[in-house]
Design a protein around this ligand. Sequence first.
Ligand code: NDP
Length: 405
Amino acid sequence: MSRVIIIGAGGVGNVVAKKCAQNDSVFTEVLIATRTVSKADKIVAEIHEHMPNSRTKFSTASVDADNVPALVKLFNSFRPELVINVALPYQDLTIMDACLETGVHYLDTANYEPLDVAKFEYSWQWAYRERFEKAGLMALLGCGFDPGATNVFTAHHAKHHFKEIHYLDIVDCNNGSHGKPFATNFNPEINIREITANGRYWENGAWIETQPLEIAQDIYYPKVATRKSFVLYHEELESLVVNFPTIKRARFWMTFGEAYIKHLSVLEAVGMTSIEPINFRGQQVAPIEFLKAVLPAPESLAADYSGKTCIGVQARGIGHDGQEKVHFVYNVCDHAETFKEVQAQAISYTTGVPAMIGAMLMLQGTWKKAGVYNVEEFDPDPFVAAMNQWGLKVEELAGIELVHD
Ligand code: NDP
């Protein structure tokens, strides 16, 4: 018997809501609150149409999640145990403030990012630790796929395969095709800010900065393809090197096609990816926000998407037997199958399923501690078991090095 509020009704919110509806013995009452309430209403209509047997009771509301008093009012009227924040990273702190004010647990899938600085890091949210501890509340940060499942996979390596992890490579391949000349798979603003920023990886106790997409290599993604992959900075690196201090080097790799990079380079060159507002006919407009408005909405790509994603974590280090070893833990997800199941492409699916699982483990008390935590700080076993149960099969490959020095 759990009451939950989902904030955000985009690509990821759609999946979280539908997975909650499948898991109706845990999620008994769910309110989907978002800025444009018609999007939440559409999700609920689809649930009633495609999942008529779900016993989860859904309702919807309109809320501006940048506004703490509005959130407090909403939380006080619905009285949830937990809020699943799948709006945008800009809203993390206001939602955490409202949770503290109303005594509600918190979960998100992306770390805080200020609207006017293209920078993301955990410091802002880690600063809430003491307040959550004192309030007896839990905040679980970054519980999507990457971050999220990738943190769980790293904890799984540390628990089951390695005495010491020395080299960590997180790899993210989307080998799918949506048939559009250019589109982003999740919120364009967040996606483009992430890719056009400088790359960064951890080596020997320090961050090494690179130019955007400067380092690349061909990586074989099991059951999917060999694809050119680029080093970029990704938020889970920040917490993983803190929580697994034996790591000497940690990198994050993502695939991008030639056409994607060409479009992005042109958009960047003409200033369309800038977050600096410009004056346009008397109105202040950030070019990237305008670009978002003209690009296809990520959720609209789902119907025609084909192909697969493969996201995983390769670890190298010393095994429990004292010998050097390499091991890969990963998931392969099929765009067409996720569309059939929840009318979503695989990027939204691989984010939304872990968010539902994290929420379930918190509500059941399996993962429960007062304070602010990253996913790898908990026992990975129940999470991996739940991934296998709820649509994301976890696979392993021993002894083959997929990512090289
Ligand atoms: P979308 O842009 O599709 O959806 C975002 C939703 O949040 C929309 O419904 C939007 O409303 C709503 N929203 C935005 N601002 C506000 C606000 N101020 N108040 C209330 N609602 C608001 O994004 P996605 O679904 O693709 O992504 C959701 C989150 O998931 C993002 O934070 C993203 O970074 C994260 N993510 C995490 C991944 C992971 O693996 N960890 C991978 C992919 C995404 P409206 O429609 O009115 O704009």
